[in-house]
Design a protein around this ligand. Structure first.
Ligand SMILES: [Zn+2]
Length: 259
C-alpha cells in the first residue's frame, strides 16, 4: 500500500509540476564524491578516442543496441527531484558510449532469461543538466519536491553531503541508473527506496528496515551488473559505472537527442 500511495503522490506531483516553468538547478546525488575523486586521480585517457566534449561520436542510442530495455527518463519528465524537465534532455531517450551499451546488452539478455527487464532512469547526462541540478541545490527556498525525494533532509546540506555535485560521472557517458521489472507482474521489483531518494537508505548495503526480499533484490541487480563489467558506488543502489569506461576524463556537453 505504501508504494501505491507513494506512486499516486508522485503522479499528482508530476501533474502539478507540468504547468510550472523550469527555473533552476543541478544534480547529483552522492555520485558526486566518487566523481570528484575520479577526477583527482587523473586516470589515463584511452588513446585514440575523441576528447572533444561536444562530439557525440562514440555514443549510441541505447535502444538501438538493447531494444529490450524499458525507458523511464526521469529528467526528461517532471517526475524528478527538480520537479521540472531538466536542461539538456531534449528527447526521452538514453544515450551511452557504445562500450557501455554493449555491456548492458549482456545484462539485459541474462535478466530476460531470468524473467526481468531492465528499466533505465538515466544514462548520459550533459553538463548543462548537471549545472541545472546545481542551480536547484543553491536555491534553498525551492522545496517543492521535498516530501517525495528528501523529506528528512535540510536542503542546505545537499552539496556538503554529496547529493549534488558540480560534475557527474553520468556526463562521461558510461554510467547508468536502472532497476529491474518483473516480467510476470510488469512492475518494478521492490528495492525499498526509489530512484533519487536522498538518504542513507539508498546505499546498496543498507539493511535497516528493509525486508529480506528488498535486500536480495538489491543484491540481484548488483550481482548481474558486476558480472558484466560495471562497478557500483557506495551511495546509490541504482547507479553503476562501466569499469573500462572509454572516456574517463571527458565531461560531454551535447544534448540528449537522436544522434
Ligand atoms: Zn546515477
Amino acid at each position: 500500500m505504501k508504494s501505491i500511495r507513494y506512486f499516486a503522490s508522485l503522479l499528482t506531483l508530476s501533474v502539478l509540476m507540468a504547468g510550472l516553468a523550469a527555473s533552476c538547478a543541478p544534480r547529483p546525488i552522492a555520485s558526486s564524491s566518487a566523481d570528484v575523486k575520479s577526477v583527482a586521480e587523473g586516470r589515463p585517457v584511452a588513446e585514440g578516442r575523441s576528447q572533444n566534449a561536444a562530439d557525440p561520436t562514440g555514443f549510441v542510442v541505447l535502444t538501438d543496441v538493447v531494444p529490450d530495455v524499458l525507458l523511464e527518463i526521469r529528467y526528461y519528465s517532471t517526475f524528478n527531484f527538480v520537479g521540472t524537465r531538466v536542461d539538456g534532455y531534449e528527447e526521452p531517450i538514453a544515450l551511452m558510449t557504445r562500450e557501455a551499451a554493449q555491456a548492458l546488452k549482456g545484462v539485459s539478455d541474462e535478466m530476460i532469461a531470468r524473467g526481468y527487464r531492465l528499466k533505465i532512469w538515466d544514462t548520459y547526462r550533459p553538463q548543462v543538466a548537471v549545472d541545472h541540478f546545481c542551480r536547484w541545490g543553491e536555491n534553498v527556498t525551492d522545496t517543492l519536491t521535498k516530501q517525495w525525494f528528501y523529506p528528512y533532509l535540510d536542503k542546505d546540506v545537499v552539496f556538503d553531503q554529496g547529493y549534488i555535485a558540480r560534475r557527474s560521472g553520468h556526463s562521461r557517458g558510461s554510467v547508468v541508473d536502472l532497476t529491474l521489472v518483473d516480467m510476470k507482474s510488469g512492475r518494478d521489483i521492490d528495492m525499498g527506496y526509489g530512484f533519487d531518494w536522498f538518504g542513507e537508505e539508498s546505499h546498496p548495503d543498507w539493511t535497516k528496515g528493509l525486508t529480506e526480499e528488498q535486500i536480495s533484490n538489491r543484491m540481484m541487480l548488483r550481482d548481474v551488473m558486476l558480472r558484466h563489467g560495471f562497478k557500483p558506488i557506495t551511495e546509490e543502489w541504482w547507479h553503476f559505472v562501466l569499469v573500462n569506461e572509454p572516456y574517463p576524463d571527458t565531461y560531454f556537453t551535447f544534448p540528449v537527442r537522436r544522434l
